[in-house]
Design a protein around this ligand. Structure first.
Ligand SMILES: [Zn+2]
Ligand SMILES: [Zn+2]
Length: 378
Protein backbone atom coordinates (compact mmCIF):
# COMPACT_ATOMS: atom_id res chain seq x y z
CA UNK A 1 0.00 0.00 0.00
CA UNK A 2 1.23 3.46 -0.90
CA UNK A 3 2.46 5.68 1.90
CA UNK A 4 0.05 8.30 3.21
CA UNK A 5 -2.85 6.26 1.95
CA UNK A 6 -5.80 6.33 4.27
CA UNK A 7 -7.35 3.19 5.60
CA UNK A 8 -10.95 2.65 6.58
CA UNK A 9 -12.53 0.00 8.72
CA UNK A 10 -15.32 -1.38 6.62
CA UNK A 11 -18.27 -2.89 8.45
CA UNK A 12 -19.80 -6.19 7.34
CA UNK A 13 -23.27 -4.75 6.91
CA UNK A 14 -24.72 -1.36 6.04
CA UNK A 15 -27.97 0.56 6.09
CA UNK A 16 -29.60 0.65 2.68
CA UNK A 17 -32.98 1.67 1.35
CA UNK A 18 -34.52 -0.91 -0.98
CA UNK A 19 -37.55 -0.83 -3.25
CA UNK A 20 -40.55 -2.68 -1.87
CA UNK A 21 -43.87 -2.47 -3.68
CA UNK A 22 -44.67 0.51 -5.86
CA UNK A 23 -44.12 3.78 -3.97
CA UNK A 24 -42.42 1.94 -1.12
CA UNK A 25 -38.85 2.21 0.11
CA UNK A 26 -37.69 0.15 3.10
CA UNK A 27 -34.63 0.68 5.26
CA UNK A 28 -32.78 -2.64 5.66
CA UNK A 29 -29.38 -4.01 6.60
CA UNK A 30 -27.48 -5.35 3.61
CA UNK A 31 -24.01 -6.88 3.38
CA UNK A 32 -21.37 -4.34 2.32
CA UNK A 33 -20.27 -5.45 -1.17
CA UNK A 34 -16.61 -5.76 -2.16
CA UNK A 35 -15.14 -4.37 -5.37
CA UNK A 36 -14.06 -6.61 -8.24
CA UNK A 37 -11.44 -5.80 -10.90
CA UNK A 38 -11.77 -2.19 -12.18
CA UNK A 39 -14.14 -1.38 -9.32
CA UNK A 40 -13.96 0.51 -6.03
CA UNK A 41 -16.10 0.62 -2.93
CA UNK A 42 -17.42 4.08 -2.18
CA UNK A 43 -18.73 5.38 1.11
CA UNK A 44 -21.70 7.42 -0.08
CA UNK A 45 -21.46 10.87 1.51
CA UNK A 46 -24.32 12.58 -0.34
CA UNK A 47 -26.93 11.62 -2.93
CA UNK A 48 -29.41 13.83 -4.74
CA UNK A 49 -32.94 12.77 -5.58
CA UNK A 50 -33.73 12.84 -9.29
CA UNK A 51 -37.07 12.96 -11.09
CA UNK A 52 -36.18 9.54 -12.44
CA UNK A 53 -36.03 8.12 -8.90
CA UNK A 54 -39.63 9.20 -8.48
CA UNK A 55 -40.52 7.68 -11.85
CA UNK A 56 -39.00 4.39 -10.66
CA UNK A 57 -41.06 4.51 -7.46
CA UNK A 58 -44.21 5.06 -9.51
CA UNK A 59 -43.64 2.70 -12.43
CA UNK A 60 -40.55 0.60 -11.84
CA UNK A 61 -39.00 1.38 -15.22
CA UNK A 62 -36.43 2.46 -16.24
CA UNK A 63 -35.04 0.39 -13.34
CA UNK A 64 -34.85 -3.32 -14.12
CA UNK A 65 -33.68 -6.35 -12.19
CA UNK A 66 -32.96 -9.58 -14.06
CA UNK A 67 -34.95 -8.37 -17.03
CA UNK A 68 -38.11 -7.54 -15.04
CA UNK A 69 -39.63 -4.83 -12.88
CA UNK A 70 -37.49 -3.91 -9.87
CA UNK A 71 -40.08 -4.12 -7.09
CA UNK A 72 -39.38 -6.33 -4.06
CA UNK A 73 -36.00 -7.43 -5.42
CA UNK A 74 -33.80 -5.81 -2.80
CA UNK A 75 -32.69 -3.09 -5.27
CA UNK A 76 -31.23 0.13 -3.89
CA UNK A 77 -31.94 3.08 -6.17
CA UNK A 78 -30.34 6.55 -6.17
CA UNK A 79 -27.87 7.44 -8.92
CA UNK A 80 -26.70 11.03 -8.34
CA UNK A 81 -24.20 10.48 -5.56
CA UNK A 82 -20.73 11.33 -4.42
CA UNK A 83 -18.53 9.99 -1.67
CA UNK A 84 -15.17 8.68 -0.58
CA UNK A 85 -13.24 5.75 -2.04
CA UNK A 86 -12.72 3.31 0.85
CA UNK A 87 -11.58 0.09 -0.86
CA UNK A 88 -9.94 -0.71 -4.18
CA UNK A 89 -10.60 -3.72 -6.36
CA UNK A 90 -7.70 -5.77 -7.74
CA UNK A 91 -5.47 -3.79 -10.10
CA UNK A 92 -7.05 -0.40 -9.42
CA UNK A 93 -4.48 2.40 -9.34
CA UNK A 94 -6.55 5.13 -11.00
CA UNK A 95 -7.97 6.14 -7.61
CA UNK A 96 -6.66 6.02 -4.06
CA UNK A 97 -8.39 5.13 -0.84
CA UNK A 98 -9.57 8.44 0.63
CA UNK A 99 -10.26 10.14 -2.74
CA UNK A 100 -13.45 12.17 -2.98
CA UNK A 101 -15.38 11.22 -6.09
CA UNK A 102 -18.65 11.88 -7.86
CA UNK A 103 -20.25 9.28 -10.09
CA UNK A 104 -21.99 8.99 -13.39
CA UNK A 105 -24.68 6.40 -13.82
CA UNK A 106 -23.66 4.11 -16.64
CA UNK A 107 -20.80 1.70 -16.83
CA UNK A 108 -21.61 0.10 -20.15
CA UNK A 109 -20.64 -3.47 -20.90
CA UNK A 110 -17.53 -2.21 -22.70
CA UNK A 111 -17.91 -4.89 -25.37
CA UNK A 112 -20.86 -3.84 -27.53
CA UNK A 113 -20.75 -1.58 -30.58
CA UNK A 114 -22.11 1.46 -28.74
CA UNK A 115 -19.82 1.13 -25.73
CA UNK A 116 -16.86 0.91 -28.10
CA UNK A 117 -18.03 4.17 -29.66
CA UNK A 118 -18.23 5.96 -26.31
CA UNK A 119 -22.04 5.77 -26.28
CA UNK A 120 -22.10 3.66 -23.14
CA UNK A 121 -25.39 5.16 -21.94
CA UNK A 122 -26.89 3.48 -25.00
CA UNK A 123 -25.19 0.15 -24.26
CA UNK A 124 -26.80 -2.64 -26.28
CA UNK A 125 -26.49 -4.91 -23.25
CA UNK A 126 -28.42 -2.67 -20.85
CA UNK A 127 -29.45 -4.62 -17.78
CA UNK A 128 -27.39 -7.66 -18.77
CA UNK A 129 -25.65 -8.37 -15.51
CA UNK A 130 -27.05 -11.63 -14.21
CA UNK A 131 -26.57 -15.35 -14.61
CA UNK A 132 -25.55 -16.46 -18.09
CA UNK A 133 -26.60 -13.01 -19.37
CA UNK A 134 -23.84 -11.30 -17.44
CA UNK A 135 -22.14 -8.91 -19.83
CA UNK A 136 -20.86 -6.72 -17.02
CA UNK A 137 -23.24 -3.85 -17.66
CA UNK A 138 -23.97 -1.59 -14.66
CA UNK A 139 -26.32 1.35 -14.34
CA UNK A 140 -26.17 2.08 -10.65
CA UNK A 141 -29.54 2.88 -9.16
CA UNK A 142 -31.25 1.33 -12.22
CA UNK A 143 -29.99 -2.19 -12.82
CA UNK A 144 -27.44 -2.47 -10.02
CA UNK A 145 -27.44 -1.07 -6.49
CA UNK A 146 -27.21 2.69 -6.22
CA UNK A 147 -26.60 5.39 -3.67
CA UNK A 148 -29.45 5.41 -1.13
CA UNK A 149 -27.19 3.37 1.14
CA UNK A 150 -24.01 3.74 3.14
CA UNK A 151 -21.78 2.12 0.50
CA UNK A 152 -21.87 1.47 -3.23
CA UNK A 153 -19.69 -0.29 -5.79
CA UNK A 154 -18.63 1.69 -8.85
CA UNK A 155 -16.65 0.89 -11.98
CA UNK A 156 -13.68 3.27 -12.19
CA UNK A 157 -14.93 4.61 -15.53
CA UNK A 158 -17.94 6.06 -13.73
CA UNK A 159 -15.87 8.13 -11.29
CA UNK A 160 -14.57 11.65 -11.39
CA UNK A 161 -12.43 13.40 -8.76
CA UNK A 162 -14.08 16.08 -6.64
CA UNK A 163 -11.90 19.03 -5.63
CA UNK A 164 -11.47 19.77 -1.91
CA UNK A 165 -13.21 23.12 -2.13
CA UNK A 166 -16.40 21.71 -3.67
CA UNK A 167 -19.20 20.86 -1.25
CA UNK A 168 -20.76 17.39 -1.17
CA UNK A 169 -24.08 18.88 -2.29
CA UNK A 170 -22.53 20.59 -5.29
CA UNK A 171 -20.64 17.44 -6.22
CA UNK A 172 -23.94 15.50 -6.49
CA UNK A 173 -24.83 17.89 -9.34
CA UNK A 174 -21.82 16.93 -11.46
CA UNK A 175 -23.79 14.16 -13.15
CA UNK A 176 -26.65 16.59 -13.87
CA UNK A 177 -24.21 19.03 -15.44
CA UNK A 178 -22.73 16.05 -17.32
CA UNK A 179 -26.12 15.29 -18.85
CA UNK A 180 -26.41 18.89 -20.04
CA UNK A 181 -22.86 18.70 -21.40
CA UNK A 182 -23.70 15.52 -23.31
CA UNK A 183 -26.68 17.31 -24.88
CA UNK A 184 -24.43 20.12 -26.03
CA UNK A 185 -21.97 17.51 -27.37
CA UNK A 186 -24.60 15.94 -29.59
CA UNK A 187 -25.61 19.38 -30.86
CA UNK A 188 -22.05 19.64 -32.17
CA UNK A 189 -20.33 21.26 -29.22
CA UNK A 190 -19.17 24.35 -31.09
CA UNK A 191 -21.59 26.76 -29.49
CA UNK A 192 -19.32 29.74 -28.71
CA UNK A 193 -20.88 32.84 -30.21
CA UNK A 194 -24.07 30.98 -31.19
CA UNK A 195 -27.50 31.45 -29.68
CA UNK A 196 -28.75 28.76 -27.32
CA UNK A 197 -32.34 28.46 -26.15
CA UNK A 198 -32.99 26.23 -23.15
CA UNK A 199 -36.62 25.24 -22.64
CA UNK A 200 -37.55 24.26 -19.08
CA UNK A 201 -35.72 25.34 -15.91
CA UNK A 202 -35.56 21.95 -14.18
CA UNK A 203 -32.17 20.77 -12.90
CA UNK A 204 -30.95 19.67 -16.35
CA UNK A 205 -32.26 22.84 -18.01
CA UNK A 206 -30.57 25.03 -15.42
CA UNK A 207 -27.33 23.11 -15.87
CA UNK A 208 -27.69 23.45 -19.67
CA UNK A 209 -27.84 27.21 -19.18
CA UNK A 210 -24.72 27.12 -17.00
CA UNK A 211 -22.72 24.79 -19.27
CA UNK A 212 -23.84 26.61 -22.43
CA UNK A 213 -22.81 29.96 -20.99
CA UNK A 214 -19.48 28.55 -19.79
CA UNK A 215 -18.82 27.30 -23.33
CA UNK A 216 -19.47 30.74 -24.78
CA UNK A 217 -23.02 30.52 -26.19
CA UNK A 218 -24.36 34.01 -26.94
CA UNK A 219 -27.04 34.77 -26.07
CA UNK A 220 -28.34 32.10 -23.69
CA UNK A 221 -32.13 32.26 -23.36
CA UNK A 222 -34.19 30.31 -20.84
CA UNK A 223 -37.95 29.76 -21.00
CA UNK A 224 -40.16 28.45 -18.20
CA UNK A 225 -43.27 29.03 -16.13
CA UNK A 226 -41.91 29.78 -12.66
CA UNK A 227 -40.28 33.11 -11.96
CA UNK A 228 -38.05 31.90 -9.12
CA UNK A 229 -36.55 29.20 -11.34
CA UNK A 230 -36.02 31.73 -14.12
CA UNK A 231 -34.28 34.06 -11.68
CA UNK A 232 -31.96 31.21 -10.74
CA UNK A 233 -31.36 30.69 -14.45
CA UNK A 234 -30.12 34.26 -14.66
CA UNK A 235 -27.66 33.60 -11.85
CA UNK A 236 -26.40 30.56 -13.73
CA UNK A 237 -25.77 32.55 -16.90
CA UNK A 238 -29.01 33.11 -18.82
CA UNK A 239 -28.81 36.44 -20.67
CA UNK A 240 -32.59 36.52 -21.11
CA UNK A 241 -35.43 34.65 -19.43
CA UNK A 242 -39.01 34.40 -20.68
CA UNK A 243 -41.95 33.34 -18.55
CA UNK A 244 -44.13 31.67 -21.17
CA UNK A 245 -47.24 32.18 -19.01
CA UNK A 246 -46.74 35.93 -19.33
CA UNK A 247 -45.21 36.34 -22.78
CA UNK A 248 -45.33 34.44 -26.08
CA UNK A 249 -41.78 33.13 -26.37
CA UNK A 250 -41.87 32.54 -30.15
CA UNK A 251 -41.60 36.15 -31.41
CA UNK A 252 -39.40 37.08 -28.45
CA UNK A 253 -36.82 34.34 -29.10
CA UNK A 254 -36.74 35.25 -32.79
CA UNK A 255 -36.18 38.88 -31.93
CA UNK A 256 -33.38 38.04 -29.48
CA UNK A 257 -31.70 35.87 -32.13
CA UNK A 258 -31.44 38.34 -35.00
CA UNK A 259 -34.93 37.61 -36.33
CA UNK A 260 -34.14 34.02 -37.33
CA UNK A 261 -34.49 32.01 -34.14
CA UNK A 262 -31.89 30.20 -32.06
CA UNK A 263 -29.00 28.23 -33.52
CA UNK A 264 -29.39 25.55 -30.86
CA UNK A 265 -32.20 24.45 -28.57
CA UNK A 266 -31.95 22.22 -25.54
CA UNK A 267 -35.48 20.99 -24.81
CA UNK A 268 -35.58 20.18 -21.09
CA UNK A 269 -39.28 20.76 -20.31
CA UNK A 270 -40.87 17.54 -21.51
CA UNK A 271 -43.99 19.54 -22.42
CA UNK A 272 -46.37 17.96 -24.94
CA UNK A 273 -46.06 21.01 -27.23
CA UNK A 274 -42.31 21.44 -26.74
CA UNK A 275 -41.01 20.06 -30.04
CA UNK A 276 -43.56 22.01 -32.10
CA UNK A 277 -42.76 25.15 -30.14
CA UNK A 278 -39.04 24.49 -30.63
CA UNK A 279 -39.58 24.09 -34.37
CA UNK A 280 -40.93 27.65 -34.40
CA UNK A 281 -38.03 29.07 -32.38
CA UNK A 282 -35.12 27.32 -34.12
CA UNK A 283 -33.27 28.93 -36.96
CA UNK A 284 -33.34 27.17 -40.36
CA UNK A 285 -30.68 24.50 -40.37
CA UNK A 286 -30.60 24.59 -36.56
CA UNK A 287 -30.27 21.77 -34.09
CA UNK A 288 -32.63 20.67 -31.33
CA UNK A 289 -31.61 18.31 -28.53
CA UNK A 290 -34.40 16.57 -26.64
CA UNK A 291 -33.24 16.00 -23.06
CA UNK A 292 -36.77 15.52 -21.72
CA UNK A 293 -39.90 13.96 -23.13
CA UNK A 294 -43.65 13.91 -22.57
CA UNK A 295 -45.22 10.83 -20.96
CA UNK A 296 -47.13 9.87 -24.12
CA UNK A 297 -46.51 10.00 -27.89
CA UNK A 298 -47.35 13.42 -29.34
CA UNK A 299 -48.29 14.93 -32.73
CA UNK A 300 -45.33 16.62 -34.37
CA UNK A 301 -45.25 19.09 -37.28
CA UNK A 302 -42.83 17.04 -39.37
CA UNK A 303 -43.21 19.20 -42.50
CA UNK A 304 -41.96 22.26 -40.60
CA UNK A 305 -38.93 20.31 -39.43
CA UNK A 306 -38.09 18.90 -42.85
CA UNK A 307 -38.70 22.08 -44.84
CA UNK A 308 -36.42 23.98 -42.54
CA UNK A 309 -33.66 21.38 -42.42
CA UNK A 310 -33.91 21.00 -38.66
CA UNK A 311 -31.75 18.38 -36.98
CA UNK A 312 -33.20 16.61 -33.96
CA UNK A 313 -31.22 14.62 -31.42
CA UNK A 314 -32.33 12.52 -28.47
CA UNK A 315 -29.95 11.92 -25.60
CA UNK A 316 -29.86 9.18 -23.06
CA UNK A 317 -28.01 10.01 -19.85
CA UNK A 318 -24.48 11.34 -19.80
CA UNK A 319 -22.35 9.58 -22.44
CA UNK A 320 -18.98 10.35 -24.04
CA UNK A 321 -17.37 11.13 -20.67
CA UNK A 322 -19.32 14.38 -20.63
CA UNK A 323 -19.42 14.16 -16.84
CA UNK A 324 -15.64 14.59 -16.71
CA UNK A 325 -15.80 17.74 -18.79
CA UNK A 326 -18.70 19.15 -16.77
CA UNK A 327 -16.78 18.41 -13.57
CA UNK A 328 -13.85 20.32 -14.98
CA UNK A 329 -16.00 23.38 -15.66
CA UNK A 330 -17.29 23.20 -12.09
CA UNK A 331 -13.81 22.75 -10.63
CA UNK A 332 -12.72 25.81 -12.63
CA UNK A 333 -15.66 27.67 -11.06
CA UNK A 334 -17.13 28.58 -14.43
CA UNK A 335 -20.50 28.44 -12.72
CA UNK A 336 -21.90 27.88 -9.27
CA UNK A 337 -24.31 24.94 -9.10
CA UNK A 338 -24.76 25.19 -5.32
CA UNK A 339 -28.09 27.06 -5.32
CA UNK A 340 -29.74 24.08 -7.04
CA UNK A 341 -29.21 21.96 -3.92
CA UNK A 342 -32.00 23.51 -1.87
CA UNK A 343 -32.62 20.92 0.86
CA UNK A 344 -30.58 18.36 2.80
CA UNK A 345 -31.82 15.47 4.96
CA UNK A 346 -30.04 12.59 6.68
CA UNK A 347 -30.23 9.24 4.83
CA UNK A 348 -32.63 7.89 7.47
CA UNK A 349 -35.18 10.49 6.35
CA UNK A 350 -35.25 9.48 2.70
CA UNK A 351 -39.08 9.24 2.52
CA UNK A 352 -39.38 12.85 3.73
CA UNK A 353 -36.68 13.92 1.28
CA UNK A 354 -38.55 12.22 -1.56
CA UNK A 355 -41.75 14.01 -0.52
CA UNK A 356 -39.92 17.37 -0.64
CA UNK A 357 -38.51 16.61 -4.09
CA UNK A 358 -41.76 15.30 -5.52
CA UNK A 359 -44.02 18.06 -4.18
CA UNK A 360 -41.37 20.79 -4.55
CA UNK A 361 -42.03 21.76 -0.94
CA UNK A 362 -40.47 25.13 -0.03
CA UNK A 363 -39.37 25.60 -3.64
CA UNK A 364 -37.24 22.44 -3.57
CA UNK A 365 -35.11 21.92 -6.67
CA UNK A 366 -32.54 19.30 -5.73
CA UNK A 367 -33.03 17.51 -2.44
CA UNK A 368 -29.90 15.80 -1.11
CA UNK A 369 -29.63 13.08 1.51
CA UNK A 370 -26.38 12.72 3.42
CA UNK A 371 -24.59 10.06 5.40
CA UNK A 372 -22.33 10.71 8.32
CA UNK A 373 -18.74 10.73 6.99
CA UNK A 374 -16.74 7.60 7.58
CA UNK A 375 -13.61 8.52 9.53
CA UNK A 376 -10.36 6.86 8.44
CA UNK A 377 -8.84 4.37 10.86
CA UNK A 378 -5.39 5.67 9.95
ZN1 LIG B 1 -30.93 11.56 -12.49
ZN1 LIG C 1 -22.25 -2.02 -24.10
Amino acid sequence: MAKNEKKYTIPKTMKAWVLGNKEEVKLVEKPVPHPGPAEVLIHVDAVAICGTDIEILERGLPAMVEGGLPFNKNLTIGHEYMGTVVELGPGVDEFKVGDRVAVEVHAGCGRCERCREGMYTSCLNYGMNYGDKNKGHRANGFTTDGGFAEFAINHINTLVHVPDDMTDEEATLIVTAGTAMYGIDVLGGLIAGKSLLVMGPGPIGLMAVAVGKALGADPVILTGTRDERLELGKKLGADYVINIRKEDPIPKVKELCGGYGAHYIMECSGAVTALNDASKMIRRGGRICLAAFPPEPVMVDVPALVRNNIYIFGIRGEGQSATHRAASLMAQKKFNAKPLATHTFPLEELPTAIKYARERIEGAIKVVVKNKKLEPAS
